[in-house]
Write a protein that binds this ligand. Structure first.
Ligand SMILES: C[S@@+](CC[C@H](N)C(=O)[O-])C[C@H]1O[C@@H](n2cnc3c(N)ncnc32)[C@H](O)[C@@H]1O
Length: 249
């Protein structure tokens, strides 16, 4: 690597440290009185002492068979996870699923701050074992971490989904969105990062700019439309109950 490239990398690294430190300061002002925020930071510190997410990706990524694009690591900041879960109107009866959960900030905040059940699905084992350890430390019995590939069906059952698919390869994006459409019940909510989910299956609830570990990104909010098959059988049942002679019914 040339000296200029190394210098550029150091510059990017320093800029990122400055960004994350600033955002942590902003979160401290917002959530400094909330115990969930401190407990989450403590659990992440304990489970990740001496380790980094990039280290897990470097060690385990090559054997996973996934492309470099699919394994680009970035994280949802705790305050952003909180704002997103609030925007998705998460309640204790919800089951929140993070597809590709990394360190599990999103499911852990769902359990800690919203008392929801949650599942973090992740392909790399190092994230799954540490996620489980963090949930155990926090006493979150309803938060689970599962090792699996979101390109392969079936996905965990949930009522609220999060997909941080910013860097995903087009074929991985196509596979996970197809699986998501198959897994979700009508009215399920979903947030997807940087790309909107297919409009045939998902109603658009708007988008917003939010802060992530690498900078700002657009999050698209959605509600699941009834699938055409389900909608058709519902309207047929309705027509039958009214004695309709409509041939399409
Ligand atoms: C950009 S990170 C996002 C982490 C987390 N969702 C967050 O927002 O904090 C994407 C994560 O998805 C995982 N991943 C990538 N491809 C996957 C796949 N096919 N199945 C399951 N996890 C995958 C990566 O290992 C990585 O931890």
């Amino acid at each position: 690597m040339r000296a200029t490239e190394s210098l550029e990398l150091v510059g990017v690294g320093l800029a990122n440290v400055a960004w994350v430190t600033t955002r942590t300061g902003i979160e401290l002002l917002r959530f400094g009185r909330s115990s969930w925020w401190w407990r989450l930071r403590w659990a992440l510190l304990r489970t990740w002492v001496g380790q980094t997410p990039i280290g897990v990706v470097r060690r385990e990524g090559p054997a996973s068979g996934l492309s470099e694009e699919d394994l680009v690591y970035g994280e949802t900041l705790p305050g952003t996870a909180f704002d997103l879960l609030e925007a998705l109107e998460v309640e204790p009866r919800d089951i929140v699923v993070d597809l590709g959960c990394g360190r599990g900030v999103f499911p852990l905040v769902a359990g800690l701050a919203f008392q929801a059940r949650a599942v973090g699905l992740e392909v790399l084992e190092g994230f799954v074992t540490r996620g489980r350890r963090a949930a155990r430390l926090l006493g979150l019995e309803g938060v689970d971490f599962q090792q699996g590939d979101f390109r392969k069906a079936p996905l965990p059952q949930g009522t609220v989904y999060f997909l941080a698919g910013t860097c995903l390869e087009p074929s991985s994006w196509a596979a996970v969105t197809r699986n998501l459409a198959d897994a979700t019940p009508p009215k399920a909510r979903a947030a997807s990062l940087s790309q909107s989910l297919p409009s045939a299956e998902w109603e658009d609830l708007g988008c917003r700019e939010m802060a992530f570990s690498w900078g700002k990104a657009t999050v698209f909010l959605h509600r699941r439309r009834p699938s055409p098959r389900r909608a058709r059988s519902a309207s047929q049942a309705h027509a039958r109950s009214k004695g309709s002679t409509d041939p399409s019914a």
